[in-house]
Write a protein that binds this ligand. Structure first.
Ligand code: NAD
Length: 356
C-alpha cells in the first residue's frame, strides 16, 4: 500500500489532476495498484482558504505520504501579494522542507509528435533523454551573495559552492537512474575554468566506481548546449549542477516542442518524490477544458517507476498514452492538421480506455 498526497494547486491544476486521478482509480480497481490518496492545498488556492500558500496541514500530510502528485501553482490574482505569500513559495517551501535535491526532467519526444519540434524530425524523432539537475545547492544558494557599493560603484556577486557530499548524492541519483535506462551518464561541468567543477568532476569519477555497469563521460557545459541542439539523441542521462541544469533542461524540454507532454520529479535521499508536469498553471486556458493532461498522467507513471517501485504499471500508462497518440487524438496544444482534437476530460477518458 502506498500513500500519495494529491495537490492540484491553481489554474489548470484541478482539471489536469482530475484526469490523473481517473488513471489512478482505474489501476486501483483493476491492477492491484493499492494507492491511498490524501488531498491537500497548495499555492494560491491554499492562500485563499488558509492565508498561507503552504499550510502546516499540507506539510504534515507530505511527511506522512510516500510521494506527492502536484498540478501547478500561480495566477494573476496572487501576483501582487508580498513575496512570502505568493503561490510559488508553496512549491519552493515543499522542495526545501523535504530536501528534494534531485530534479529529474525527462525530454521525451513521441514519434507521433515529431512535427511539433522546431528541430528537423530526424534529429529529434524518438528522443528520450533524462536530465538530472541538482536542485537545492550551488550558486542559487551559495554565500556570500548580494549587491553592494565598492570603489564608488555598485557591485553584484554570487558564489558557486558545492560540498563533496552534495555532489556525491546527485551522482548516485543519476547513476541509479541510468541503471534503469541505457546505462550511460554524461556529467556536465565547466572544469576547465571553475574550481568547484574540478571537485564536481573528481567526485563523479569516484561515484562511478560504485556503478561498473554504467559508462561515465564528461562534457563542458558550452559543448553540451551545442550538442543538445545538434545531436540530442546521443545522450541517455545527463547530470549537472543547479544553474547549468536550469538552462539545459529548459533547452531539452523545448526540443520536444510540447510543454503539455513533459513530466518531472524531485526526489530526496530516501526516494520520496514530488511529481508534477513541467508547465505552470496556464491561467489563460484554465476552466476551458482544453489543457493537455498528458504531462500530469505521465507524472503518475514516473512516480510509479522512481518512488513506488511499480515499473510494470508505469509502462502500462506510457503505453496507453502512446496508443491514444497513435490513434490521432490530440489536445489543441499538440494538434496538427488532420488530428482529432479532444478536450482535457475526453483525453483522460481515452487514456483510461487504452489501459489494458
Ligand atoms: P505556463 O506553463 O503556465 O504557460 C505557458 C503557455 O503554455 C501558456 O500559453 C499556456 O496556456 C500553455 N500551457 C501550459 N500548460 C499547458 C497544458 N497542459 N496544455 C496546454 N497548454 C499549456 O507558464 P506561464 O504562463 O509563464 O505561467 C503561468 C503561471 O504558472 C504563473 O503564475 C507562474 O508563476 C506559474 N508557474 C508555475 C509552475 C509550477 O507550478 N511548477 C511552473 C511554471 C510557472
Amino acid at each position: 500500500m502506498s500513500k500519495v498526497l494529491i495537490l492540484p494547486g491553481d489554474g489548470i491544476g484541478q482539471e489536469i489532476i482530475a484526469q490523473a486521478l481517473k488513471v489512478i482509480d482505474f489501476l486501483n480497481t483493476n491492477n492491484a495498484l493499492n494507492m491511498e490518496l490524501v488531498h491537500g492545498l497548495v499555492g494560491g488556492t491554499a492562500y485563499d482558504e488558509t492565508g498561507s500558500p503552504l499550510p502546516q496541514a499540507t506539510l504534515d500530510a507530505a511527511h506522512e505520504c510516500d510521494s506527492i502528485l502536484l498540478g501547478a501553482v500561480g495566477g494573476y490574482q496572487w501576483e501582487k501579494l508580498e513575496r512570502g505569500l505568493r503561490p510559488e513559495r508553496g512549491l519552493l517551501g515543499l522542495r526545501a522542507e523535504l530536501d528534494l535535491f534531485s530534479n529529474l526532467r525527462p525530454a521525451i519526444l513521441y514519434p507521433q509528435l515529431a512535427s511539433a519540434s522546431t528541430l528537423k524530425e530526424e534529429i529529434v524523432s524518438g528522443l528520450d533523454l533524462m536530465i538530472v539537475r541538482e536542485l537545492v545547492a550551488g550558486i542559487y544558494f551559495g554565500e556570500p551573495r548580494g549587491v553592494e557599493e565598492r570603489n564608488g560603484e555598485k557591485y553584484g556577486f554570487n558564489t558557486a559552492t558545492y560540498f563533496e557530499s552534495e555532489i556525491r548524492r546527485i551522482g548516485h541519483s543519476a547513476f541509479k537512474i541510468a541503471q534503469l535506462r541505457d546505462k550511460r551518464v554524461c556529467s556536465v561541468d565547466k572544469a576547465n575554468v571553475l574550481e568547484v567543477c574540478e571537485l564536481w568532476r573528481e567526485t563523479m569519477e569516484n561515484v562511478a566506481k560504485e556503478y561498473p555497469d554504467v559508462a561515465l563521460s564528461h562534457m563542458y557545459v558550452d559543448n553540451a548546449a551545442m550538442q543538445l541542439v545538434k545531436a540530442p539523441k546521443q545522450f541517455d542521462v545527463m547530470v549537472t549542477s543547479n544553474l547549468f541544469g536550469d538552462v539545459l533542461s529548459d533547452c531539452a524540454a523545448m526540443l520536444t516542442g510540447s510543454i503539455g507532454m513533459l513530466p518531472s520529479a524531485s526526489l530526496n535521499k530516501s526516494g520520496f518524490g514530488m511529481y508534477e508536469p513541467i508547465h505552470g498553471s496556464a491561467p489563460d486556458i484554465a476552466g476551458k477544458d482544453i489543457a493537455n493532461p498528458l504531462a500530469t498522467i505521465l507524472s503518475v507513471a514516473m512516480m510509479l517507476r522512481y518512488s513506488l517501485n511499480q515499473a510494470d504499471l508505469a509502462d502500462k500508462i506510457e503505453m496507453a498514452v502512446n496508443t491514444v497518440l497513435d490513434k490521432g487524438y490530440r489536445t489543441q496544444d499538440i494538434a496538427s492538421e488532420g488530428d482529432s482534437i479532444v478536450g482535457t476530460s475526453k483525453m483522460g477518458d481515452l487514456v483510461v480506455g487504452a489501459l489494458v
